[in-house]
Write a protein that binds this ligand. Structure first.
Ligand SMILES: [Zn+2]
Length: 306
């Protein structure tokens, strides 16, 4: 009787789809306790930055160099990006310092599956119990805890569970606040930017755009790191040109002059983060940098002896 029972159990195990392996408390704690790598410490990514209200219902809760944005709604909170593994305790403390509670985060979103934005997500998912929403193309690295190529391929992070997949143009609503997903692939295949309508202190209507990234980030674009990578970048630059937003936010503080704009806000400029040209300026800079890097890598590939 034992052999048929064993066979039946094995069959049942094989027939059941395997859930993505969730990181244990011990695994998450080990990532948090690890020293910062050279990329993170050299760029001051995890340096403290006092949390604050950017505009309307959007708050900055990340450390100085890797962004994390909190969006308040009457029915709970939405949190975008988790920084490094070592950033998660900072983000949770910043949320508390603003008078909010990590356990009220209902949706956890991400820009992309590199370790400096995804590293803290497993802790934040565990602490909040929130639904984690990501694009299909970045799902595998989120759930593996590792991005498969480029300079951060050895920077593992605690894997997390993708609860819901979003496609380009899909919306996510909570408490009357609606975010729109904009797939902006290239930097990663599933790089996802988010936008939402907001209201300024003076009652004027604005649109916030939280940019995933469009840097080449030390990755190979010639040859492509994945099939269609160059076309993805070009599509992203072209699509972003059609987007109108006047509050530009992004995955790293230096992309949107976090420190400078915050200083102007403290000095009394309530609309310091309203900058109608910033998104298009950034997009043009990213496109020029991409074209230069592509040309450089193509030239290097054409003369491998150099
Ligand atoms: Zn990245």
């Amino acid at each position: 009787m034992r052999a048929p029972l064993l066979a039946a159990l094995l069959l049942a195990a094989c027939a059941t789809p395997r859930a993505a392996p969730l990181a244990s408390e011990a695994e998450i704690a080990a990532f948090e306790a690890a020293p910062l790598g050279p990329m993170a410490s050299g760029a001051d990514w995890n340096a403290p930055f006092a949390p604050f209200n950017i505009i309307d219902n959007i708050y900055y809760v990340g450390p100085a160099g890797v962004s994390s944005f909190l969006i308040r709604t009457p029915d709970g909170l939405i949190l975008i990006d988790g920084g490094l593994a070592q950033s998660a305790p900072i983000i949770i403390a910043n949320i508390a310092a603003l008078g909010f509670d990590i356990r009220d985060v209902k949706y956890l979103l991400a820009s992309h599956a590199h370790f400096d934005h995804a590293g803290g997500l497993a802790r934040l998912q565990r602490a909040s119990g929130a639904t984690f929403v990501a694009s299909a193309a970045d799902r595998a690295p989120f759930e593996a805890g590792r991005f498969p190529y480029g300079p951060s391929k050895d920077d593992r992070f605690a894997p997390l569970r993708v609860d819901r997949v979003v496609a380009d143009g899909e919306t996510l609503s909570l408490g009357g606040v609606t975010l729109t997903a904009h797939l902006t692939p290239g930097h990663t295949p599933g790089c996802t930017s988010w936008s939402l309508p907001i209201t300024g202190a003076d009652g004027a209507a604005h649109t916030a755009f939280i940019h995933c990234s469009a840097t080449t980030g030390g990755q190979s674009v010639a040859p492509e790191s994945y099939p269609g990578m160059v076309a993805d970048y070009r599509t992203t630059f072209a699509r972003t040109r059609t987007i109108s937003a006047d509050v530009f936010l992004a995955a790293h503080g230096n992309f949107f002059d976090l420190a400078g704009k915050r200083a102007r806000q403290i000095a009394g400029d309530a609309n310091a983060f309203v900058d109608p040209d910033a998104l298009q300026r950034f997009n043009a800079q990213m496109e020029a940098a991409f074209n230069a890097e592509l040309a450089r890598q193509q030239a290097a590939a054409a003369s491998p002896s150099q």
